[in-house]
Design a protein around this ligand. Sequence first.
Ligand SMILES: Cc1ncc(COP(=O)(O)O)c(C=O)c1O
Length: 415
Amino acid sequence: MDHVLVRVLDLDRVRFPPGPADHGSPFVRYRGLLHSQHRARAAGVPDDEYVALAARLDEAVSRVAGRGFLSTPFGRSTVLSDRLGFSAAGGVWVKDETGNVAGSHKARHLMGVLLHLEVSERAGLTDPARRPDLAIASCGNAALAAAVLARAADRRLRVFVPRHADHHVLESLRELGADVVTCTHTDGTPGDPTYARLRAAIAAGAVPFTCQGPENGLVIEGGETMAYEIATSLREEGVGLDHLVVQVGGGALASACLQGLAEAADLGVLERVPCTHTVQTTGGHPLERAYRLVRALLPATPTGEEAEAALREAAQHRSAYMWPWETEPRSIATGILDDETYDWRATVAGMLATGGRPLVVSEQLLAQAHDLGHAAGHAVCPTGSAGLAGLLTLVADGTVGPDDRVAVLFTGVDR
Ligand SMILES: Cc1ncc(COP(=O)(O)O)c(C=O)c1O
């Protein structure tokens, strides 16, 4: 059974910040939408103290990573819009996270959790002298982001990595002071051995400092700041998006985007949530498999209630819908090779609600998208440009037309 905690905003009591994006930290700008700030207020910590705490943390991040959290660029790409044959009315909008803290969007997910931990100490809810370890299973962008933030906050981090992890990444993790633990399958258990070790560490008291929503719901909230920034820019430009194409590994990114955009729409910032499609590789596509199985429970045009009932059914029998991909996937998009889509449920729900669909792209399309991203002036990695590979499919099959407005997320820097 799928047990997930979801952060639900009381929309009558929160406000989306008015005006254009500013140059400060998104974690300060959108703090009214963050659970850590609500928790601080409930514990009697005044707002200006929360802002000071977030600023101090951000300065510490800046000292470790060379930059703190700032709103990242979002805008229409003339090169991509022209190359893909869009009209002047339509086009491709790019959210560029390549310059974000630790070179990807992952640090956003974790900053949401870190703020929560720091606020809990400030409010006297946890004891700073007895801090539990932080723990994550990753050997890529998420691990690097976790190590930067843990170092900035002076917290111990354990990183569970597979045997064949990239040695440059491992070196960086060790330089940042993380405790790196190499994991192998010893007992024939299916699935990712690093994830099994992570779960054991959490069971023993570590804080899940991961980018998987089912392990820690606050992870999704931090990632939502990206969607809030997109919503702020769209409001400022007076533009509505028709489609969003998101690459999916564990699914936290897509889940955060869907939730953040839905909240922005509910709060009147956006007219609607764009039709959201997901992208996985031919090497492994557990989300697409789960979507197909849920879809099979439904009529051709399901109502919201029918979709909800099917998802409830699927969540109660999780292993019949989501299980580890049987073969070890390979792709140039290494960041989306998770053998399970941990945040599958929110992501399938989002596709059903917005009319999007799961796309499975070839290595050739991934390479083409990567080249296009660079031609458009973005130092993006093949995982980061995988959403664009999905868009190439949607343009080719006519789902997206020349007048449509589509967004992709360039989520990671080419290292
Ligand atoms: C650059 C980049 N983009 C996208 C993703 C996919 O995010 P998620 O695992 O939350 O689906 C990853 C995950 O590692 C990544 O590194």
